[in-house]
Structure formats: structure tokens, C-alpha cells
Design a protein around this ligand. Sequence first.
Ligand SMILES: Nc1ncnc2c1ncn2[C@@H]1O[C@H](COP(=O)(O)OP(=O)(O)OP(=O)(O)O)[C@@H](O)[C@H]1O
Ligand SMILES: [Mg+2]
Length: 490
Amino acid sequence: MFGRRSNEAGNQRRALPQAGAPAAPAKVGGEVKPVAAQPSQPKAEPVESQRKHSEEYYDVKTTVFNALIDTIDLTQLAKLEAAAAREEIRDIVSEIIQLKNVVMSIAEQEELLEDICNDVLGYGPLEPLLARDDIADIMVNGATTTFIEVGGKVQKTGVRFADNAQLMNICQRIVSQVGRRVDESSPICDARLPDGSRVNVIAPPLAIDGPALTIRKFKKDRLRLEQLVKFGSISPAGKTLLEIIGRVRCNILVSGGTGSGKTTLLNCLTGSIDTDERIITCEDSAELQLQQPHVVRLETRPPNLEGEGQITMRDLVKNCLRMRPERIIVGEVRGPEAFDLLQAMNTGHDGSMGTLHANSPREAISRMESMIMMGGFALPTKTIREMITGSVDVIVQASRLRDGSRKITHITEVVGMEGEVVTLQNLFVYEITGEDANGKIIGRHRSTGIARPRFWERAQYYGETERVMQALASSEVRDELGNTIGEHHG
Ligand SMILES: Nc1ncnc2c1ncn2[C@@H]1O[C@H](COP(=O)(O)OP(=O)(O)OP(=O)(O)O)[C@@H](O)[C@H]1O
Ligand SMILES: [Mg+2]
């Protein structure tokens, strides 16, 4: 049988080297042994995300695991395909169980096998979380604490790692798949899981209580506008409005806080782009899933270990302009690329879009402004503001409310300048009206009474005025006499 080492059928038990890349053998007791993962910590707290096992189960697991490590050659195993490797482990584990006279039900045996495979081949205790589709984020704060976000709520799980070394090794395993390294000398690292999930690792000494691993789970099917309507994130009329804004080539900024749904919303907006347009996307970590046939996807690159070879977002956006794009989509604007995106928006690439981190449309404007100022462009504030006004048509604001629900709270137009101040006009807002007994926020999406948005001419050009009018009119709030009530301020 493959990878089996001769006469060591698992009788000795000894301290194992820590989990890690199987490619780096460690010397144990004078003999070169492959480095292996340790079984996860026996003491799992009861949690919904991990079944609780008896102490016995964990004892057996440790015994079987150690025997397996003694028996198998992990460097060889690493060369196998996942399915074949699992098969191999299955055979050996069954044999060990027989050899050691372990009494176990078939179901328990299956579970044990799964656990051991996860530890040897995968991401150990993270596997059950990674397998779940309902989780948005996984946040590991050192070996003993892991939080997840499910349905907008952050909750603690009982998932834990043997120790920080095992966690660190799993982090290392994740980032090495994309050719990166994380250790004390380069303790910050972005990476991606094979399934597309976005990963960030920050290790000690920067993270004081052990490695912090954050995973934004990749949704195979990104949410679409219809689903956002179903979740109450936007009303049907608001959806129509967003579709039109996306289609008629308004330049759009999606603004929102961390995890508020910016990327999701941006992805939804790209859904209404016509299929014959050439679209170029620039992202730090490819998350967007465009449906159109003519898309070029670009991704930034961090510097290598020697500090060379970095390609910034600004490099990408600038390069885009030489690629004959019709629309440029920037995953997240965080720095001087703001300038290049505005220029692109201003120079015939209307319909470009990007997200940025801000808590209101007004703040989005000032964030944009400060990004340009900090980029070292020696421009007077007024000029920067004029540039913003001349480029950005619409700001769509996403928010995660205190009850965990995500809402589109503003569809706001950039109207112009009054003196030195950028004027904004809300077309569509979410108004909170109360809270139910369970703390769930009650509210409504409404239009603000503006009949003719500034993008009217564009809408006309695309034959969408009728739909715009209907969407806005149907969302008006009226008093008893039938008069439109304007937007509630304060
Ligand atoms: N309207 C929504 N309703 C429910 N879940 C949503 C909604 N919008 C986004 N989500 C989910 O919330 C999570 C975060 O969404 P997304 O990645 O779009 O946020 P983000 O603002 O781009 O985050 P970041 O700031 O980290 O880039 C995802 O799992 C996504 O599926
Ligand atoms: Mg995002």
C-alpha cells in the first residue's frame, strides 16, 4: 500500500511535531519524519456548529491519529489527489481500529475518519465551518476563540484549535496555496481559499493573543437583487430604480461600512449592464461574479518577500484605460486610485462603478476627497470637489442595522456645487419607523418626492423614463389629503 512505512504499525506514541506543510520534514528522535497535523483539541464546548463528542472519542482519535502519523508518509500523501488520499487514510485508519480493538459504531467510525482527514488534509477544525453555506464570515481570534456570522448575527462557536501553533500552521497552509507566507517576519497576509473565499491573517507579535484569521466566505451564488427584495433590503420599486441606474450608465459609488453588503450590491448593479459592453474589473481579491460575456478581471498583487513586484489598485485602474473599456468596476476604492477612477468616469467611461467605505452618502464624498488629497495630488479642495461632482452621478448606501439586517438606506444623486459645497439629493431612502418586540427594526423604503431625477436625460436615452416615474411615484408617502410628504429630516 502506498506511503506506508514498514514496521511501525502505530505502537509507539510520542510527541508529534506541530501541524504544517508536509513538504518541510522535521527531525524527531534522530529520524526524519514528515511534519503532521495534530488532532484538534479534545475539549470542544457544546456548540451548534460542531457536534459534541465524549472525551473517549477524543482519546481514541488521538491514539488513532498518532498511529496513523507513524504509519503513513505524509510527504507522499501530499502528492496524491484529495480523493485518493482520503481513500488511503480510510484504509489505514480502519486497519488501526481493528488492530487496536477499538469498539466503535459505524457512524462513529465514519465521523472519526472525517475528523482525521480534515486534520491531515484540510483546514482542521475549520472544515465544518467552511462546509457550511449559511456562514458569511469566520473570525478566529487565537486558538481558543472562533466567531461566525450567520444571518447577520455574530455568534461564538465551540470550534477550537489544539494551540496557536496548530492554528498558525493552518494559516500557513492556506496562504501557501497562493504562494504567500505568513510568519513573524511577514505577519500580515491576504490570501484566498481555493473556493474563492477571502482570507486575512495577522500573526503574533502583531496579533497579541495568537493568530487572527478572518475569512469572508465566498458565496457560490452571489445574492441577486430579487433576493435583496425578498430579504427586505430594498423594496421592489427600489430594485427597479437600481436596475435602471445600472443600465443607463450612471457613474455609481456604493458606500457602506464593513460587511454591510457593498460588494454584493455592486455585483447586483452590474447585473443590469447590457451584454455587449466591455467591462473591466479591478479588485484586491476577485469577488465579483459578472454575468456578461465580455469581462476582463484584474487583481492587485502584494509585494513579494523582497518587497518587490507590487501592483497597486492605481496601477490597475490606470492600465484599464489603455484596454478600451466601456465600463470600469473597482471592487473597493481605498487610496489614490480614487483619482483615476474619477478621471475614467469623466472621460467617456460612464457607467463605471466602485465601492468605498463610508457611513453615509455625504461621508462618501468627503472620503473620496481625502483619498485624493492623501494621494499627493496638489489640487485645491474646490477642484477636487468639482471633479467629484462632475464624475459621480449616484451614491447607493448600504448599511447593516443594529438588528443584523442589511438594508439599502439611500439612493442619492450628486447634483452639483453650491459655493464650495457638494450638493446631494436623496431620491430614495429607508426610514426606520420602530422596532418590534424581538428587537427587529421596522421601517419602509420610500421616495422623497422628487419626480425628475438628474439622470432623467440618460433615462430618456435608454427609454426608461416611464419606469423611473412609476418606481418613484409608487414609493411616495402621502398624508391624509393625498399630498406627498417630503423626506423627514432630523
Ligand atoms: N442585503 C443582504 N441581505 C443579507 N445578506 C447580505 C446582504 N448583502 C450582503 N449580504 C451578505 O453579507 C456578507 C457581506 O457582504 P459583502 O461582501 O457584500 O460586504 P462588503 O460590504 O463588501 O464587506 P467588506 O467591507 O468586508 O468588503 C456576505 O456574506 C453577503 O452574502
Ligand atoms: Mg467588499
